[in-house]
Each structure stands twice: as C-alpha cells, then as structure tokens.
Design a protein around this ligand. Structure first.
Ligand SMILES: *Cc1c(COP(=O)(O)O)cnc(C)c1O
Length: 393
C-alpha cells in the first residue's frame, strides 16, 4: 500500500513527508535559501543535469516548495505538480506556455475575474483567438470546441453564482479535438472534485483560498500530465513567478486540515443555503447542493461535496445591503474566500465592481447579491447572525 491508496485526509497530512525530514524535524522546515551549495563538482553537475536529487537555486526548485507540490500532486492524483506565487501566476503561466499566435482557446463567460482579463486583454494582443461561451449552455460549449482549439479552459463551480459545467461532457469534446483541457478547481477543492480523474489534462488552484485556508499566504499550483506541467515549469523557471519558502510552509500547515475544514464547510454551506432558501427576505439562493439548482444532478455526479461557497440576493437595493452587512458579526467583509473565518462580499463591490449594473445583469448577477464563504465557525452561530441582520431590514 502506498500513500496514493490512502484517504485524502491522510494524504493531506503525509504526502511528501513520508521520509524523515532534515534534522529529524516533525514538520517541514522552511528552507529560506536562494542558492544551494556543493563542495563536489561531480555532484553539483549531476544535480544541475537532473541526474541526481537536489536543488540548485530557488527560482527552479526549493525543498519547502517541493513538499507543497507533492502534497497537491497526490491530492489531485496527477503525474506532476508545480507551485507559483499566486493562483493567477499558475493560470497565466499555463496559458502563456501552451498558446502560440494563431491558436484558439475556448472558455466560459463566468471564469474568475483575473482569468477573464487574460482572455480579454492579453491573449488577443498575442494573436490568440478567444471564444468565451455562455457557461450554462453545454451545447454551445460543445459547438465552440468542435470548431477546433488548442486549449479548453473550464471552471466549476463558478464565481459568484455557482454555475456548474458538466466536466465529463466538455472534456470529451476537448479530447475529440486533441485540445488540452485545463480546469480551475479552486472552488471545489481536491476534497470535493478531481477533474483529472474525469479526463482533464491539467488542474489549477489558487492555493490562497482553500488549500492554505487561513487567508495568510498567496500561492498557486498546476497539476496534471507530466510533459504539459514540465513545459510550464520551464516557463516559470525563467519568468520567475515562484512561491516563497515561507508561503509554502504556511500553505503546508493549512493543508494538514484541508479535509476537516472542507467537510465542515460543505455541511455548513448546505445548512445555510437551506435556511436562506426559505427566508422571506431572500430573493435568490445560488448553491449547487440545493435540489432547485438547475445543474444539481451534474454537481451530484461529479462532486463528493458541494463546497463551502454560496451566494444569495437580499430583497431591496444598495441601502438594504449596507444595513444587512453592517449587522453581521463573525464575518469579515472581504474579497477572498476559503478561509477558516467566514467572508462575505457583494460582487458589485468586489469581483464585478468594474461592470455596469447592466453588464452584471447580463451575467445573471443581481445587484444585491452577496457571496458567502463559510468558515469553520458553528453553523448555528452563523445562522443566528444572518437572522439578526435580516431582522434589521
Ligand atoms: C482567487 C482565484 C484565482 C486567483 O488566485 P490568486 O491566488 O488570487 O492569484 C483564480 N481562480 C479562482 C476560482 C479564484 O477564486
């Protein structure tokens, strides 16, 4: 039996750490060193040529980073993994490595804001054709892919309205074209969903969110087919968007409790979604775990849990939203997600602040939508706070 056969909770704790660590340390040391020194030229050469294990320079590899990468690789059951300074570094480096002028990318309208900016502002300048499809329209996604493309870039569940893409279906269409299929698995986490097991070639995560889980470190990771990851590694080692050893340590510390946190966050989000669903002052609730979600069956078939993210719209306008938010305790009013602390933010002020109300409406984002990232607090305490805030309306 190897660690790959163990439960994800065991993998999250032990992967990359099965062998004794330096100095007999019980936790991964922070190796805060840019270069690594060799007294013997033969060994140095062998390491430099990749013929022996070891590290040369932390823009290439670093022992603390390496443990983080191995843990992520094992959790997604990929062939290879590399880390980055942020989720956006992982995403941009992957796209910039694998796309050339004249190539075409198919993606969705609801991808993460930063990713959308790459699609709309940066790739077109490089002579790359980008086709962003209605996220909920599986037929249109299939059609766009069938016209031929180099990369199919997917994200599910999406931000902020928790739309679900049928991964197996889109991956099948991508394979028929020989396209590389990349999935942003940040919202789901490897605990709830494994796109590689469904046939995707590459998975990216913003480790800043659930993997780290404590809102104290930025990071990103790319996992998947060895040769595709290796090409991105070669781009990153030159372009330099590397994770720091200290951030790698913080992410590793967070990941030990990934399974515990995500399972509790799944349960809390389900409970809160049900509470909101029958609340008279809520006009809409978006959560793939609700039977009323239009893609609930797809979510059920491809996810083990529905995640800790939900969103809902409060009856009224901006004034009501202000009152409601001001009354909530035990939440940070902030833009991120996936932390042990509950985080709440309106997309009209955070991710979609640059859109006009009309543009938000076109994306199906109500003006009083609140994105709610469940922390690990007691769900009853969180619901009590929501009751108090609704009471003030
Ligand atoms: C936050 C986020 C990103 C970007 O990650 P950073 O670590 O902030 O660069 C990408 N995708 C999704 C789904 C995210 O939530």
């Amino acid at each position: 039996m190897t660690i790959a056969d163990q439960d994800k909770s065991t993998i999250a704790v032990w992967a990359g750490e099965e062998d004794p660590l330096a100095f007999g340390a019980a936790q991964v040391p922070i190796v805060q060193s840019a270069p690594f020194a060799y007294d013997d030229l033969d060994t140095w050469l062998a390491v430099a040529l990749g013929q022996a294990d070891g590290h040369i320079y932390s823009r290439n590899t670093n022992p603390t980073m390496a443990v983080f990468e191995e843990k992520c690789r094992a959790l997604e059951a990929g062939e290879n993994a590399i880390s980055f300074a942020s989720g956006m570094a992982a995403i941009s480096n992957t796209l910039f490595t694998h796309l050339r002028p004249g190539d075409r990318v198919v993606s969705i309208k609801d991808s993460y804001g930063g990713t959308s900016r790459i699609f709309l502002d940066h790739l077109p300048h490089m002579g790359i054709d980008v086709d962003l499809i209605e996220t909920n329209d599986g037929d249109a996604i299939d059609d766009a892919i069938s016209k031929g493309c180099k990369i199919v870039y997917l994200e599910t569940p999406t931000n902020p309205t928790l739309k679900i893409i049928d991964l197996a279906r889109a991956i099948k269409a991508a394979k028929a074209q020989g396209a590389i299929c990349v999935v942003d698995n940040t919202f789901a986490t490897p605990i709830n969903q494994n796109p590689l097991a469904l046939g995707a070639d590459l998975v990216v995560h913003s480790a800043t969110k659930y993997l780290g889980g404590h809102d104290d470190a930025m990071g990103g990771v790319l996992i998947g087919k060895a040769e595709l990851v290796q090409a991105v590694y070669e781009y990153r080692e030159i372009c330099g968007a590397v994770l720091s050893a200290f951030s790698a340590y913080l992410l590793l510390r967070g990941m030990k409790t990934l399974d515990l946190r995500v399972k509790k966050q799944n349960a809390t989000a389900m409970e809160i979604a049900r509470f909101l669903d029958k609340h008279p002052k809520v006009s809409q609730v978006f959560y793939p775990g609700l039977e009323s979600h239009d893609k609930h069956d797809v979510a059920k078939s491809q996810m083990r849990g529905f995640g800790g993210m939900l969103s809902f719209s409060v009856d009224g306008g901006f004034e009501e939203l202000k009152v409601f938010l001001s009354k909530l305790h035990y939440v940070h009013r902030a833009a991120s997600l996936g932390s042990v602390n509950t985080l709440v933010g309106p997309p009209s002020v955070t991710s979609h602040v640059e859109c006009t109300p009309e543009q938000r409406a076109a994306l199906g984002i109500p003006e009083t939508l609140l994105r709610y990232s469940c922390g690990v607090e007691d769900s009853g305490d969180l619901i009590e706070q929501l009751e108090i805030a609704f009471g003030a309306l």
